[in-house]
Design a protein. Structure first.
Length: 259
């Protein structure tokens, strides 16, 4: 799956309308008349009504509602040449607030089901400056930085914890409608250049609750694992194959991450 198709697949589970290429963000907000500028849809638009402009200036996109529909979380920047950061606001466009660190580049933010926490991806641990932007001479390109990591924190941006330690692209995080599954994109364990896959994990209210304990690794343990995973019975453990799923379950049980 190419990155454009991947982004489209993940974004279809979102709960808000993001104007990806426009300098303003449009959302279907149940706001009092006159509270925000109203935008008329194109004549051929048959599905949208009561469209209101919630942001002004810079670039603002990737907006998603909280589960209760009262807040939006989105990415944007206002200064020319700026770098995306994560913001929250009320569904009527009021009370805008920066919730990322203000460093690096951020993307793909989401509220948890309880509304008290957020998820987003950021490069801030790799440096405070914006990472090098890709060349768009041949069209739109989404940068797949290995420095993108997924972070979890309070809804006001405090107490951030990194959820993905791998030196690989980890972004596009979205929670299932019932709040029990996390889905995201990563090029970890890529077999060929530019390969990016979709990963799913169980989600709990406290990520610390499922953090594996430090493991004592012995030579016998390594030998056992290698012999099992490389055995003919595993048939190469191809992605999506029954053997690949068996290998994932085996590694999870060994590391205390589930059956």
């Amino acid at each position: 799956m190419n990155m454009k198709a991947l982004r489209n697949a993940l974004r279809t589970t979102g709960l808000a309308l993001a104007a990806l290429a426009a300098p303003t963000l449009l959302a279907l907000a149940q706001a009092p008349a006159g509270a925000t500028p109203q935008v008329q849809p194109l004549p051929r638009e048959a599905h949208l009504a009561n469209i209101r402009q919630l942001t002004d200036g810079g670039q603002n996109a990737e907006a998603y509602f909280s589960f209760d529909g009262k807040k939006l979380i989105y990415q944007g920047y206002s200064a020319p040449g700026g770098c995306d950061q994560i913001y929250t606001m009320n569904a009527d466009g009021t009370s805008k607030r920066l919730v990322s660190t203000g460093k690096g580049r951020c993307t793909c933010a989401y509220f948890t089901k309880d509304g008290n926490h957020i998820l987003f991806s950021s490069t801030h641990e790799a440096g405070a400056e914006c990472p090098l932007k890709p060349d768009h001479a041949q069209g739109y390109v989404w940068p797949v930085y290995d420095s993108y990591k997924i972070y979890f924190g309070d809804a006001d941006g405090k107490h951030l914890k990194r959820l993905t330690p791998q030196e690989a692209y980890n972004a596009e995080a979205t929670l299932s409608p019932d709040g029990t599954k996390l889905v995201w994109a990563s090029n970890r364990n890529a077999r060929v250049e530019h390969e990016t896959n979709i990963f799913i994990a169980d989600w709990v209210d406290s990520p610390e609750a499922v953090a594996p304990a430090t493991l004592a690794v012995s030579a016998e343990t390594v030998k056992r694992d290698v012999y099992y995973l490389a055995s003919d019975d595993m048939k190469g453990r191809l992605t999506g194959s029954p053997e690949g799923q068996r290998a994932a379950r085996y590694r999870g049980s060994v590391q205390g991450l589930g059956p």
